[in-house]
Design a binder for this molecule. Structure first.
Ligand code: XIL
Length: 301
């Protein structure tokens, strides 16, 4: 096939990208989006600060623009993210204890209910584990409401939208390490106790300090063996030329070697769309031309 989406579909997978609502008026951007991708993740528009800027008052206009564009063009949507320590509205940052717990559950319930039936998979909880060797939860206002906040969020999401796949999503969990071991133990525990979880997202932001791990495929496989789908959710790889292209191909091959690795999402379309302040981590250059990384990705699919 001649596009990322069509090539991924040959093995039953999707190929997605993060989308920013304010770029949907950019013809070059939309042209590539509609041609190449079969899944979209709103880059910021479904986050807590965007959807509930004032407590109890929900704003969906920008997220709806992305969801409507996706649905009108035959793409599915990954919802991102219901509960996260970052990009919280100021009012939530100032809450704690039972007030914050209740606000979090209400937020999950309201947003998942609003989008019920329109979301392929939700990142229910994002980035809840600490970096480094401890395997501990990340300290956050949500964590301080009690260790059960993650399972409470998943149960609320399931109740609100029984049709969406429910994912846990994190970074620096792409290879086997103390952090991914801790996420693995949580997923194993959730499966054993019947806490609803369907998928684990591996953000996969790679650079020279954090390269594609040698055991990437093995790590994806061990999670899949727990009975969850795995998804590459925010892929970008710093670099250029053939080295970057080889790394993209490695990621694609790792996913395709794991039957429950059901899709890949890149975190933006052109290098100039990247959240990274500098560098060229994506598949299209700033003019929308296909890079060697694009060709390597397409060939590996
Ligand atoms: C980033 C967005 O790309 C930026 O536009 C925003 O300023 C900050 O957040 N992990 C995640 C994503 O789960 O939500 C982050 O997205 C990138 C890291």
């Amino acid at each position: 096939a001649t596009t990322l989406g069509a090539s991924a579909a040959q093995t039953g997978r999707y190929f997605g990208t993060a989308v920013a609502a304010n770029k949907l008026s950019d013809a070059t951007y939309v042209g590539i989006l509609n041609r190449e991708f079969t899944m979209v993740t709103p880059e910021n528009e479904m986050k807590w600060d965007a959807t509930e800027p004032t407590q109890g008052q929900f704003t969906y206009a920008n997220a709806d623009r992305i969801v409507n564009h996706a649905r009108a063009n035959g793409m599915r949507v990954r919802g991102h993210a219901l509960a996260w320590h970052s990009q919280q509205p100021g009012w939530a940052q100032n809450l704690s204890g039972t007030a914050l717990r209740s606000a979090m559950v209400n937020h999950v319930t309201q947003v998942a209910t609003y989008y019920r039936g329109k979301i392929y998979a939700w990142d229910v909880v994002n980035e809840a584990f600490a970096d480094g060797g401890t395997g501990a939860r990340r300290d956050s206002n949500l964590q301080r409401t009690g260790n059960d906040w993650i399972e409470v969020a998943f149960r609320a999401a399931r109740a609100a939208d029984p049709t969406a796949k429910l994912c846990y999503n994190d970074y620096n969990t792409d290879g086997q390490n103390a952090k991914s071991n801790a996420v693995y133990a949580m997923v194993q525990d959730f499966k054993a106790r019947g806490v609803p979880i369907d998928c684990v997202g591996f953000q996969s932001h790679f650079n020279s300090a954090s390269p594609v791990p040698a055991d990437y495929q093995a790590n994806l496989q061990r999670f899949a063996n727990l009975g969850v789908d795995v998804q590459i959710t925010e892929l970008d790889i710093e670099g250029s030329g053939s080295a970057q292209a080889d790394n993209y191909a490695r990621v694609v091959r790792a996913c395709l070697a794991v039957s429950r690795c059901i899709g890949i999402t890149v975190w933006g379309i052109r290098d100039t769309d990247s959240w990274r302040a500098s560098g060229t981590p994506l598949l299209f250059d700033g003019s929308g031309n296909k890079k060697p990384a694009y060709t390597a990705t397409l060939d590996a699919l």
